[in-house]
Design a protein around this ligand. Structure first.
Ligand code: SF4
Length: 439
């Protein structure tokens, strides 16, 4: 029999795109295709693109260019695939283009390019599917698309309205992942707190009981799987309050990733952000009262069209009061097709840079102060990387890739995926340092 067809794969963009890549690769492996490390020598190359910002589109186009040069037979999928002319105008020779989540179309295109060698055998793939993330943590995507219409965002245009997965389907996937050794589940979607709205919260059957497609019900069931469960992209709607007791009880990690994006009511209104009207400072205080160990992470955009000096000053004051643990910041970047571009005078680049630096400096002091409070405490730490003398891991307050790390000295070698108890001895702006005292 001839050798299996080999496919090289490039995955760009956010964790949601990574989940798409994992699904495509799982299907390809199930059909007998093999993955190639390099484009050169592969039978076909697939590029999963990101089209969120113009800079991401440029990166995607250059990744396609590299695949074209090194291989020549290229399938493009992902967010940028929603606008094929942008791709064909630069790379007219691509073999096929499909949009985000069009797994079937990607597979069809692969079959046309290099027909499968033999029938699928389920046992070609591990039971949890192929994970591009390390085996001890995995992203769990609970819905696709988004019902919001934030004016700076073209995701709904690219990915469509919210489509939630039934609760039982998500829980079965989570159970499979846990059975395969995953210790931490990262729940993702475009708007996690809106989960199930499109399904009218319909229940589905899981372990002999009916589980509604509701944020709280899903979080409660995931909390029963006895692994770390981390919630991302949660908006400060009132019903989020209900999930905090699960965090206080240790069922779900005391961690909330809430992309606030701004604090000025005027900017938030023009951004058309979900929950823009909510009294977020009061809500944050109430969350912390219910669960004092809660870590709140957020992202902000500076230089949104029409953002005034006063808007920005209000944002800095808000940060002082909110005392968030972790913050990421973006300078507004015009995205073709985004409504926001026409909503106000563009903020000059130099002003954006200045506001970015001021925000980061202000927040760095807050983050450092909050991290310092952990010195002397004992933290459970999941180990991501091991070195000869020190391992690198994360506590309950740190998500992979986006938050800081905990550097752990240990008397015995630690294993990747192991969860150790660590006495924290030192902190800097982003990271903690300590010694393992329990395994
Ligand atoms: S919530 Fe807003 S920013 Fe997030 S995907 Fe939906 S429209 Fe875009």
């Amino acid at each position: 029999m001839s050798r299996p067809a080999r496919i090289s794969f490039v995955s760009l963009g956010c964790p949601k795109a990574l989940v798409d890549s994992e699904r495509i690769i799982t299907r390809l492996r199930a059909e007998g295709y093999e993955l190639a490390r390099d484009h050169a020598g592969a039978d076909l190359a697939i590029v999963n693109t990101c089209g969120f910002l113009n800079s991401a589109q440029t990166e995607s186009l250059s990744a396609i260019g590299a695949a074209m040069a090194e291989n020549g037979k290229v399938i493009v999928t992902g967010c940028m695939g929603a606008e094929p002319q942008k791709i064909t105008s630069v790379h007219p020779g691509v073999f096929a283009i499909t949009g985000p989540h069009q797994y079937e179309s990607v597979l069809d295109a692969v079959h046309r390019a290099v027909p499968p060698q033999h029938d699928p055998y389920a046992n070609l793939i591990p039971p949890q599917g192929v994970k591009l993330t390390p085996r001890h943590y995995a992203y769990l995507k609970i819905s696709e698309g988004c019902n919001n219409r934030c004016t700076f965002c073209i995701i709904p245009k690219l990915r469509g309205d919210l489509v939630s997965r039934p609760a039982a389907e998500i829980l079965r996937e989570a159970e499979r992942l846990v059975g395969a050794g995953v210790k931490e589940l990262l729940v993702i979607s475009q708007d996690t707190s809106a989960y199930g709205v499109d399904l009218k919260y319909a229940a589905s059957s899981w372990r002999g009981r009916e589980v509604r497609a509701k944020f709280l019900d899903l979080a409660r069931e995931l909390g029963e799987l006895d692994v770390w469960v981390r919630l991302h992209y949660v908006y400060p709607y009132p019903h989020v309050d209900d999930v905090i007791p699960l965090m206080a009880d240790g069922k779900v990690l005391p961690y909330l990733d809430v992309p606030f994006q701004h604090a000025s009511p005027d900017v938030l209104k023009r951004m058309r952000r979900p929950a823009a009207q909510e009294r977020t400072l009061r809500r944050i205080a109430a969350w912390r009262q219910m669960c004092p160990s809660l870590t709140i992470r957020s992202t902000f955009i500076v230089g949104f069209p029409g953002e005034t000096k006063d808007d920005f000053a209000l944002l800095l004051d808000w940060l002082d009061e909110a005392q968030l643990d972790r913050v990421g910041c973006f300078r507004y970047e015009a995205v073709d097709g985004a409504v926001a571009n026409d909503l106000g005078a563009p903020v000059p680049q130099a002003v954006k840079e200045e506001r970015y630096s001021r925000l980061m400096a202000r927040q760095q002091a807050i983050s450092a102060k909050r991290l310092k409070r952990k010195v002397g405490s004992r933290e459970r730490v999941i180990i991501d990387e091991v070195g000869p003398t020190v391992a690198k891991g994360r506590g309950k307050g740190d998500a992979p890739q986006i938050d800081g790390a905990i550097h752990v000295a240990s008397h015995r070698p630690l294993r990747v995926g192991e969860i150790a108890t660590v006495k924290i001895e030192r902190a800097d702006e982003y990271d903690l340092y300590g010694t393992a005292i329990g395994y």
